[in-house]
Design a protein around this ligand. Structure first.
Ligand SMILES: [Zn+2]
Length: 380
């Protein structure tokens, strides 16, 4: 959320204050009588607010609100606003203040626990958030919110087994995200199993991923790894080809791998085939193929000549460099390749995070499958 300007924030806070007071004095119900006896603390609080001392203003309002249970919704609204604004400590104070009230109704206590858990999450206190979300997930009316948040906590901690378990609980009450998310958890677990050499466990996890959703390129890439390791190069090649055709975003990562699998003598045939398929689909895919091939040092491959010219012709800088160096295409190809190889090659379409590595799960905003190929060349 973009940061609110000081003026906008003051207006929102002022509106809330009026809300608090409306509850506090029962305005609307006994407006004329209450007008005559404004609480002196209110005026002091307003004064702090106007003189930009938000903490003292907050103290004053918490003291005021303590006296009156009618203002409960305003507590939650104010807490949520502080949290959204990134002022998590204030949000935590509001919710802890609510929970400290002995007379708080059970439904309000549950809601305050959920709000406090969200504050902890925002503050990065994941263990505390997890504990509270688990507790709140026992409350039927808050179960979906608590479990959904809990799934996010496990994702951030890379606790894939627990994320999967929470996903299954959500699926049972028809509140789970798309099945691809479960398939990603299974692939995360499979990748870990491959790492520790537990190949049978990895195979079983990948089978489960395919049962969630198919085709699923990520599972195909992992199965290709297993097949290659087991010496079944034909299967590895078939799986990689399927994954690349399904998800051209993987070309940057996997084209060198596929090229290695087919070997030097079949490499040109492979590139010709990929270029022909990409040309039929769209220019975006052709661009991905060309950039991946050039970055992997294949700029000289004869079957790519037309594709490279088509793609470079659409980019002013690349066209100029390419044409100027017509006589030295080999050298120019190598240089562009070197630039691309050191460029930031991916960007998250959700939050804009960019980097050189490909992620299925954005480390910044925790979205799945939002990484797109995108070359940012940094000139030194
Ligand atoms: Zn992101």
């Amino acid at each position: 959320m973009p940061d609110l300007s000081l003026l906008a924030w003051s207006l929102i806070l002022a509106a809330l204050v009026i809300g608090i007071l409306a509850g506090h004095f029962g305005w609307g119900k006994r407006w004329p009588r209450a007008l005559g006896k404004l609480h002196p603390d209110y005026l002091t609080g307003l004064d702090y607010l106007v003189s930009e001392q938000p903490d003292r203003a907050l103290d004053m309002f918490l003291k005021l609100m303590d006296a009156n249970a009618d203002t409960i919704e305003t507590h939650f609204a104010l807490g949520a606003l502080y949290r959204r604004r990134g002022e998590v400590e204030r949000a935590i104070r509001i919710h802890q203040n609510l929970l400290a009230r002995e007379a708080l109704a059970p439904e309000h206590r549950e809601q305050a626990l959920l709000a406090l858990a969200q504050d902890y999450l925002r503050a990065g206190l994941l263990d505390r958030a997890e504990e509270l979300f688990l507790k709140v997930s026992e409350v039927p009316r808050l179960r979906v919110s608590a479990l959904s948040a809990l799934r996010g906590v496990y994702e951030r901690q890379h606790e894939w087994q627990q994320a999967l378990g929470t996903y299954r609980l959500l699926a049972r009450i028809k509140a789970a995200p798309p099945k691809r998310v479960a398939a990603h958890y299974l692939c995360e677990l499979a990748a870990l199993a491959i790492e520790r050499g537990a190949i049978d466990a990895a195979r079983s996890l990948l089978r489960q991923a395919r049962e969630e959703t198919s085709p699923f390129p990520r599972a195909a890439v992992l199965r290709a790894q297993i097949a290659e390791h087991a010496g079944d190069l034909e299967l590895a090649e078939r799986l990689l080809r399927a994954a690349l055709s399904e998800s051209p975003n993987l070309l940057q990562e996997e084209l060198p791998h596929l090229s290695r699998l087919v070997g030097a003598e079949r490499r040109d045939a492979l590139l010709a085939e990929l270029a022909a398929a990409a040309q039929v689909r769209d220019i975006g895919e052709l661009r991905q193929l060309v950039f991946a091939a050039v970055a992997a040092g294949m700029a000289q491959a004869a079957p790519l000549r037309t594709a490279i010219e088509t793609v470079f012709a659409k980019d002013e800088t690349l066209r100029a460099v390419w044409q100027a160096g017509e006589a030295r295409l080999e050298r120019i190809g190598e240089e562009i390749g070197a630039l691309l190889a050191h460029a930031e090659r991916y960007r998250c379409s959700e939050c804009g995070f960019s980097g050189r590595s490909f992620y299925w799960h954005c480390p910044a905003c925790q979205s799945w499958e939002t990484f797109e190929t995108y070359a940012v060349v940094k000139l030194r």
